[in-house]
Design a protein around this ligand. Structure first.
Ligand code: ATP
Ligand code: LTN
Length: 331
């Protein structure tokens, strides 16, 4: 039987956070042995908000190194840069004529980002989910491992696939989001009801995969907690619940066990334990990332062969799409 196809991506819009790791990349690593996986660096999505060109270029390579350092294996999956495969933009254009303005303007992320970047509400920001649908549908992906915030976008990709198939005949696989419990929504350390984000302007709100031990411990020490002194994962205690969630995700234990472990202990001691656990988990990833970054030839080879593999798959789907919609492709 053919292997199930998996697709996902992260934008090189900032340094990776433990939210990106726990919500997405860690699950990608777990899937690479069993499935045919395509994992991209979504630089075309990243430019929907202002980026410094030199930084964007640097972060693209750094993100590739982090993918590998987190355990992705370039032999097992296609790791590539979105803009290296031109079919993403081409399919996006076709899907633009299938997608409705109304449904795009209702997307939560579009509304949030429009508010946050009120001076730059560009067409790309609104078209973001259509490009994301193009990413997924190009590879006939059945499953898309993401954090909870991306569920709505994967649902739009499903809707567009179904609409296109109904209009032009069976063309695309209809994808499903895969959102695993535990790390699906890691929250900001400063505003624990908001998701942790790599482009948050407050650096104390996020733990970056590249933060050194002292920084990690200091950020957890400063994390906003709740009144009272009990360490429990209740809805009234979003700050403590978030820290418990992070602790359990890295330790691989159940929330109830962690609550039990910290029973009768103070917030200070608890925050230090979370900080040390996270710092211990990040240290080997950071060492590996530095090692990979020092070998640019290897990194470029990985991205080149990933793009070649992706290109072949994407070309197949795009040609089918062009045939279905009536684009003349020569005799
Ligand atoms: P930005 O702040 O630039 O919008 P981001 O940090 O939200 O970026 P994305 O590139 O949008 O990161 O997301 C990459 C992947 O990480 C997605 O699958 C997303 O669902 C997941 N993810 C992002 N933040 C979190 C979080 N706080 N908790 C769990 N998963 C997350
Ligand atoms: N929009 C996603 C990144 C992304 C993506 C994708 C995720 C771009 N294309 C395709 C899954 C599938 C985000 O996480 N912000």
């Amino acid at each position: 039987m053919d292997k199930k196809i998996i697709y996902s991506a992260v934008q090189p819009s900032g340094n990776l956070t433990i939210g990106n790791y726990l919500g997405a990349i860690r699950n990608w690593v777990r899937m690479q042995d069993e499935y045919e996986c395509f994992y991209a660096i979504a630089n075309m999505h990243a430019i929907t908000v202002k980026q410094d060109p030199a930084e964007l270029r640097r972060r693209t390579l750094e993100l590739a190194a982090l993918y590998l350092a987190c355990g992705l294996d370039a032999e097992k999956c296609a790791l590539y840069v979105q803009s290296h495969v031109p079919q993403h933009a081409e399919l996006c254009w076709v899907l633009n004529s299938v997608a409705y303005v109304g449904e795009m303007s209702r997307m939560t992320q579009f509304k949030d980002k429009s508010q946050k970047h009120a001076e730059n509400i560009n067409m790309g920001l609104m078209d973001y989910p259509v490009l994301m649908a193009a990413d997924i549908l190009l590879y006939q992906a059945q499953c898309v491992p993401v954090g909870a915030d991306q569920k709505q976008h994967v649902e739009i990709a499903r809707d567009l696939a179904i609409r296109f198939n109904n209009r032009y005949g069976e063309t695309f696989a209809v994808p499903e989001p895969l959102i695993l419990k535990g790390g699906a929504k890691i929250c900001s350390l400063q505003e624990p009801t908001k998701k942790m984000s790599k482009s948050d302007e407050n650096p104390n709100a996020s733990i970056f995969l590249t933060d050194d031990r002292d920084t990690v411990i200091r950020k957890f020490k400063r994390a906003v907690t709740d009144s009272g002194s009990e360490i429990s994962a209740s809805d009234e205690k979003p700050g403590i619940a978030n820290l418990l969630n992070i602790y359990c995700a890295f330790k691989g234990c159940a929330l109830a066990d962690a609550e039990h472990e910290f029973e009768g202990r103070g917030y200070g001691e608890f925050k230090l334990a979370v900080g040390e656990t996270v710092a211990d988990a990040l240290a080997p990833v950071q060492r590996e990332k530095e090692r990979i970054m020092s070998d640019k030839t290897y990194l470029n080879d990985v991205l080149k062969s990933g793009a070649d593999r992706a290109f072949r798959a994407a070309r197949r789907t795009l040609s089918k799409v062009y045939r279905k919609i009536g684009f003349y492709q020569g005799e």
